[in-house]
Design a protein around this ligand. Structure first.
Ligand code: ZN
Length: 356
């Protein structure tokens, strides 16, 4: 395939994305708009899109977290959440992404940052934006609410486990099940915040009908993925790429059909792998693990979902059939209601067949 044929095919292929952070998907233009809305421009280091994009450029993890916190602080009203949900859908239409499950961390906004927001404010805002995106662009958005694991060990002064961040996130996720919440996730640094502490919360989540979608096997090795599957009953793993280091784990993932949400550019920026050729995507796919392609925090990593497909196709010489298989994996592992999922899959099969 020539370069332009490949790009055209990737664009036309109906896509689903299972791993993208709502706050990490906000484009520089929207960040500026939110800052102006709240007269908080002085919290930003730049006042135009080009300079903000430069500030976004990944340098190290602390810089990344700093940007994240700055953006979270600009989200202050239900209308702000409606705007970012709508823009998430607008971007889906631009890239021909039919279904997106975005991760969002409600505890930060409702409990940790003192903004006077209730969970109902947040849920209603998100729902308004989600509905508007569906009406205008026909795209399906669902949410997974995620626990910032380190916070559970920071609240108590002695560094012991505090149940609030996890239990409240679960409570919020259950409250949002009638407004598109389909899963419970967990993220942050696994060092000093083991999965075993969160076991009970995830048991309750699964009983309530939520998917378990923890981050694991990114900065830490296979042992963190074992924790995610054994302690947290993971249905899918965010990243999970370092499972490639443990054959017994690969067998387990394959046997239990646990889907990996792979984010290649994110892994390169965070120096998990030095270059795309060293990335285990192909090893995992060839082993028979259901792998999906995702963009994580696209503006912060200067990428798009389509660019992630192109990067892998280029590095591993994937055919159209291969790319369609990876796209289909994402529809298959989606947490949407059966009738929505069935329709998305039927549309995918029909349209992909016409493209191959
Ligand atoms: Zn992530």
């Amino acid at each position: 395939m020539s370069d332009s044929d490949l790009k055209k095919f990737i664009h036309q292929l109906p896509k689903a994305e299972l791993h993208i952070h709502l706050e990490g998907a906000i484009a520089p233009g929207t960040v500026l708009e939110l800052a102006r809305r709240h007269r908080m421009q002085d919290t930003l280091p730049a006042q135009n899109e080009a300079d903000l994009q430069k500030w976004f450029t990944f340098t190290d993890f602390d810089h990344f977290v700093g940007i994240y916190v700055t953006i979270q602080n600009l989200l202050r009203t239900p209308e702000d959440f409606a705007l970012i949900a709508y823009r998430l859908g607008e971007d889906m239409a631009r890239q021909n992404i039919r279904y997106r499950e975005a991760t969002f961390t409600p505890y930060t906004h409702v409990d940790y940052q003192d903004k006077g927001l209730t969970i109902e404010d947040v849920l209603d805002g998100l729902e308004q934006g989600r509905k508007q995106a569906k009406a205008e662009f026909g795209v399906e958005i669902r949410w997974t609410f995620d626990i910032y694991r380190n916070l559970s060990f920071l609240i108590n002064e002695d560094g012991s486990y505090h149940p609030d961040p996890a239990e409240k996130t679960l409570e919020y996720a259950i409250a949002g099940m009638d407004r598109g919440v389909v899963g419970l996730g967990i993220g942050g640094n696994e060092v000093g915040a083991p999965s075993s502490a969160f076991k009970e919360t995830f048991v309750k989540a699964k009983l309530a009908g939520l998917l378990s979608v923890p981050h694991a096997g990114e900065t830490m090795g296979p042992e963190s993925v074992w924790g995610a599957v054994l302690d947290l009953q993971a249905d899918r793993i965010g990243h999970g790429v370092r499972s490639a280091e443990d054959p017994a784990l690969l067998d387990y993932l394959k046997e239990h059909h646990i889907t990996l949400e792979v984010n290649p550019t994110s892994n390169l920026r965070l120096h998990i792998y030095p270059d795309i050729e060293s990335h285990p995507f192909k090893t995992l796919a060839d082993y028979g693990i259901p792998v999906t392609i995702n963009s994580d925090d696209p503006p912060l990593f200067n990428t798009t979902l389509s660019a992630e497909y192109a990067l892998l196709a280029d590095a591993f010489l994937y055919s159209r059939e291969d790319l369609a298989r990876f796209a289909r994996n994402a529809f298959l592992a989606a947490g949407a209601e059966p009738e929505v999922k069935g329709k998305l899959l039927a549309d995918f099969d029909r349209e992909a067949a016409a493209l191959l």
